[in-house]
Design a binder for this molecule. Structure first.
Ligand code: ATP
Ligand code: MG
Length: 452
């Protein structure tokens, strides 16, 4: 495909010129650079479609450069140019992720063929990664923090049973995703998953929504209608925002659970269903019980298996993974080349507390993918409140002592650097200018866990 961007990295001007000539004649856009360090910098700024990389260069050699390029942009194919190609170097480069080799002196045919293949390979790899991300977006819980692993384990244990599950967690923390995962892991997976948002349905309609109604039950009931309990028969009924249900509806739901049966509104026939119930709330149900606004007996019926979804600020090590995931998802959705976040921008993401949890982070990444002009999203692209423009210290942070503020920042910064160095502690410690053992102690003290 014409117009694709090829980066040539070779310290010999003759090779640069020869390759440039051939490639430009074929309609490619070409950039030439003379050193590995320049190449790493350039690829961090703008992602090329293909890189030609000389193995023997002064300074950073081809293999070192290759390793770094693969870390920054694993999806970009790299073709090594070798002069005195030895088997060992070839094996090493392949292990590091090189796509192919061409040998000096360069043959025109072999070079063109390699380019076509490598570009095709890169395009497929990109498409695959984006498809995978888009597919998994609806069902997978992303994250490798201890808290998320525990959550996943609870889901695995609860899913195959028929036990009622009560999920508690803040707005946007992933309660619905957990409910869907439990359904998907159960024997009911191929039966319906039916959701009712108790907060969104007006009080006078909720009963009919849940249990259905007979023709003529009330004004506007022009024909019999089945409720969500019936629609979920054989499957799972997800009662969302259960804390917003009125006491009257709570009484009806309780009865339906106790008797495994109910009547449609305005009907006499008893309907029996086989439904597994999963409920969720972001409210403190125990406090509602104390205030007399939630029935204790219903609470205990629903909370056979209680699951707590932790807020994102308590599992900050998941932030980099979630960012990568949503970058891939939204780049695919918008037909864009995958964008990435610079290390500094990521540090802002990690430092921010995300009161709207994963949903807020997801929306922020979507906005950045659509609005930012560069492949690499930098700190200047970040809007408030992720990057406060005027207030250097955000209001809620002002309550912190200096020690707390420093620790907060230090943890976020270490996390972002670890992620940027692929969780390699030695390299991260070098980068941060501290001893490896010192970094280990910090990682332990801050409870940071690597995704592996
Ligand atoms: N661990 C996660 N991995 C990937 N995506 C997630 C994760 N947690 C939440 N999401 C995504 O974040 C968004 C909000 O999640 P979800 O709707 O499950 O939250 P919720 O707790 O039900 O929120 P609310 O209380 O506002 O209803 C969804 O788009 C969901 O796919
Ligand atoms: Mg929800």
């Amino acid at each position: 495909m014409a117009g694709e961007h090829v980066l040539i990295v070779d310290d010999e001007p003759a090779i640069q010129a020869a390759l440039r000539g051939v490639l430009e004649d074929e309609g490619y856009r070409v950039t030439t650079l003379g050193s590995g360090a320049d190449a790493i910098h350039a690829v961090g700024e703008e992602s090329p479609d293909l890189v030609f990389l000389d193995i023997w260069m002064p300074g950073l050699d081809g293999l070192e450069t290759l390793a770094e390029l693969k870390r920054v942009r694993p999806e970009v194919p790299v073709v090594m140019i070798s002069g005195h190609g030895t088997i060992e170097t070839a094996v090493k480069a392949t292990k590091l992720g090189a796509y192919d080799f061409i040998e000096k002196p360069l043959s025109l045919d072999k070079t063109l063929l390699t380019i076509t293949r490598a570009l095709e390979h890169g395009r497929l790899a990109r498409e695959n990664a984006q498809l995978r991300a888009a597919l998994s977006d609806r069902s997978d819980l992303i994250g490798e923090s201890a808290a998320l692993r525990r959550l996943r384990q609870q889901i695995t244990m609860a899913a195959p049973t028929n036990g009622r599950v009560l999920i508690h967690g803040e707005n946007g923390s992933g309660k619905e995703l957990v409910a869907r995962a439990i359904h998907a892991g159960s024997a009911r997976a191929d039966k319906p998953f039916v959701e009712v948002n108790c907060a969104a349905i007006p009080e006078e309609l909720i009963e009919s929504e849940l249990f259905g109604h007979e023709k003529g039950a009330f004004t506007g009931a022009v024909q019999r209608r089945r409720g969500r309990f019936e629609l979920a028969n054989g499957g799972t009924l997800f009662l969302d925002e259960i804390g917003d249900m009125s006491l009257k509806t709570q009484a009806k739901v309780l009865r339906a659970l106790e008797e495994q049966a109910f009547e449609r509104v305005g009907g006499r026939e008893t309907v029996r269903v086989d439904v597994r119930l999963i409920a969720a709330s972001n409210r403190d149900l125990e406090a509602l019980i104390r205030d007399g606004r939630f029935r204790e007996d219903l609470y205990y019926r629903l909370a056979v298996i209680p699951i707590e979804v932790p807020p994102l600020r308590d599992r900050k090590e998941d932030i980099p993974l979630l960012v990568d995931h949503f970058l891939a998802v939204f780049s695919a959705e918008n037909g864009r080349r995958a964008k990435s976040l610079s290390g500094e921008a990521l540090a802002y993401f990690v430092a921010y507390d995300w009161p709207g949890n994963v949903r807020e982070l997801r929306n922020m990444v979507e906005r950045l993918v659509i609005m930012s002009l560069h492949d690499v999203i930098g700190p200047d692209d970040l809007p408030a409140p992720v990057r406060p423009k005027e207030e250097i210290v955000p209001a809620e942070a002002r309550e912190r002592s200096l020690k707390e503020a420093r620790e907060h920042f230090e943890r976020a910064y270490i996390l972002a650097e670890l992620k940027a160095h692929d969780w390699n502690v030695t390299r991260t410690a070098e980068r941060l200018g501290i001893e490896r053992s010192h970094l280990y102690r910090k990682i332990k003290a801050y409870g940071i866990t690597s995704p592996r």
